[in-house]
Write a protein that binds this ligand. Structure first.
Ligand SMILES: [Fe+2]
Ligand SMILES: [Fe+2]
Length: 556
């Protein structure tokens, strides 16, 4: 509690030190609400969402947002035999560097929980206008040891409020889809709400995202990774302050807390990465012009001029990749881990025609590590479609061509270990890593058209092999960023969904028996017709099974 209290003060002062934040502004000790002239601005919890702590079997964070500073923000955890624990929340704030709005968030760590336990909780504060009947929900902690469980995944969700850029009603149906499949937890693979495309109203976009997601994320952890649209002007050195303030995530022991992390559920290790650190593509906050972005006068921030982009490649100076290698090396020695699943936003293997394509930066920095330590699955977003790779291992260095000149380019083309469906439809990911693009959360821009080599009709991928920094555009005063600079035969592409860009991945892990086999059954459900008209209907598109020997000793 002492540590929490210290963090509360420090984090609060960080936010309150910035001036002119409208109705929500206050110095330490000043109560908000009616006194600030906004009857609605109080400590009522909203945007309530769960994430795992370091050990999903015993720790869960409850996080939420309030319109003004909450007083005595807390979670009541209802345990066995009518016992109720009060868990006080840590306050974290930031002041949006463009609108000047201060965002108040609260985080209560529930620790020491029983594995596989279903617990009911309430979220409230002294200035919660629903204090007599606070928000309540239940969740289930992860099992301890090898056990069956389900998780789900997609990226690129946006919000259901269509006045925001890239938002779509499909994002509400996508959240409902998670509830339909009722996983233990959900992986949200970046590009959460596209707030950075709505620069004058970033916190308002996040609020609409949070309200939509709450309908599922208050009942089961949603584990995010940052994408390029979490990079915002005015919000921290890499632009991730809005993201980092809202999510409490497992620790990584580096100064970049919250940007990458690991957690284990049953026999699966989940590794969440921040690919903006290694990709070549420049796709964060960007002013195309001709008008600058004018931050609210209260921020004191200067206009952000056309041609400015927040390019963060290399921001951790190698710290993330070092952490990744250490984490994978430890996993290799840990016989309790049968499966390694990586979550990141951008794609190492994408043959999208109108989207971003594959990024050589991930191929150079991380694919060799995935090969060396046997990562089974990589789950991404970024291109708003569904694409599955064959298991890949190693790469070819002379398979690419320059998009303009046709000269040979080293794209580090991933090498498939098989190119036909294996016997029994069972894939052995000890031989190679399968990459899945699950970019069909709910944005208004589906990208389910795929590259084809006109010479032979075979799948072709665009590859980004160098930085595409802003250059002057055709209209004076405007700037543009080049598309992918190279192409390659997408010999690694196994399946592409050409019918719709929207869907959800559902993963069922079967731990099997000691000395026997373990499996993950992957089912991808897609929202047919959603490219034209949002729909709550998700139908099965394909099923595949990953199967391998367990790593523990035979029973007896
Ligand atoms: Fe996206
Ligand atoms: Fe993206």
């Amino acid at each position: 509690m002492t540590q929490n209290a210290a963090l509360t003060r420090r984090e609060f002062c960080k936010g309150a030190g910035l001036t002119s934040v409208g109705a929500a502004a206050a110095g330490p000790g000043i109560l908000l609400g009616d006194e600030a002239g906004t009857a609605a601005a109080d400590g009522t919890p909203e945007q309530i969402h769960l994430t795992y702590g370091d050990d999903p079997a015993t720790s869960v964070f409850v996080s939420w947002v309030t319109a003004a500073q909450a007083i005595n923000a807390r979670v009541l955890l209802h345990g066995d035999h009518g016992h109720t624990q009060v868990m006080h929340a840590v306050q974290r704030t930031y002041t949006d560097g463009l609108s000047g709005q201060t965002v108040f968030t609260y985080h209560a760590k529930l620790a020491g929980l029983k594995p596989a336990a279903t617990l009911r909780y309430e979220v409230t504060a002294d200035n919660d206008r629903h204090r007599s009947s606070p928000f309540t929900a239940s969740f289930t902690t992860a099992p301890r040891g090898r056990a069956a469980f389900r998780f789900t995944s997609y990226g690129d969700l946006s919000t259901p409020v269509t006045s925001w850029r890239l938002s779509s009603p499909q994002s509400r149906y996508a959240v409902q889809a998670v509830e339909r499949f009722a996983p233990l937890f959900h992986l949200l693979n970046g590009d959460l709400c596209y707030a950075n495309l709505n620069p004058t109203a970033q916190p308002a976009v996040w609020a609409d995202f949070g309200r939509n997601v709450q309908t599922s994320a208050a009942k089961r952890p949603w584990m995010p990774c940052p994408g390029n649209h979490e990079i915002e002007f005015g919000n921290g050195p890499q632009g991730f302050n809005a993201y980092l303030t809202r999510f409490s995530l497992p620790s990584n022991g580096t100064p970049f807390q919250g940007l990458w992390y690991r957690f284990q559920v049953g026999s699966a290790l989940f590794i969440s990465l921040s690919a903006d650190d290694v990709i070549y593509q420049d796709s964060g906050a960007f002013v195309s012009g001709p008008e600058p972005i004018e931050p609210a006068p209260s921020t004191g921030n200067a206009p952000i001029l056309p041609g400015t982009s927040l390019y963060v490649r290399g921001y951790s100076e190698g710290a993330q990749t070092l952490w990744l290698e250490k984490t994978l090396a430890e996993a290799a020695l840990d016989k309790s881990i049968d499966w390694i699943v990586v979550q990141m936003h951008q794609d190492a293997l994408s043959s999208s025609k109108n989207g971003n394509g594959s990024d050589k930066g991930i191929r150079e920095s991380w694919l060799p590590l995935f090969d060396r330590y046997g990562v089974d699955l990589v789950l991404c977003g970024h291109d708003h479609d569904y694409e599955r790779s064959w298991p890949v291992r190693g790469c070819n260095h002379a398979a690419g061509t320059d998009a303009e000149t046709g000269a040979v380019v080293d794209t580090c083309q991933p090498q498939p270990v098989i190119t036909s469906t294996p016997a029994g439809d069972k894939y052995d990911t000890r031989l190679g890593t399968i990459h899945l693009i699950l970019g069909g959360g709910g944005t208004s821009s589906p990208l389910d058209a795929y590259g084809v080599d006109p010479a032979n009709g075979m799948p072709q991928a665009k590859v980004i092999t160098k930085p595409n920094r802003p250059v002057p555009g055709p209209v004076p005063g405007t700037f543009t960023k080049a598309a992918a600079d190279a192409r390659e035969p997408a010999i690694w592409s196994a399946r592409r969904d050409t019918e719709t860009g929207y869907g959800i991945g559902v993963f069922d892990l079967d731990p099997g028996e000691a000395g026997g086999k373990t499996s993950i059954t992957i089912r991808y459900y897609h929202a047919l017709g959603a490219d034209k008209l949002p729909t709550p209907e998700y139908e099965l598109f394909e099923t595949l099974v990953l199967e391998k020997d367990r790593r523990d000793a035979p029973a007896g």
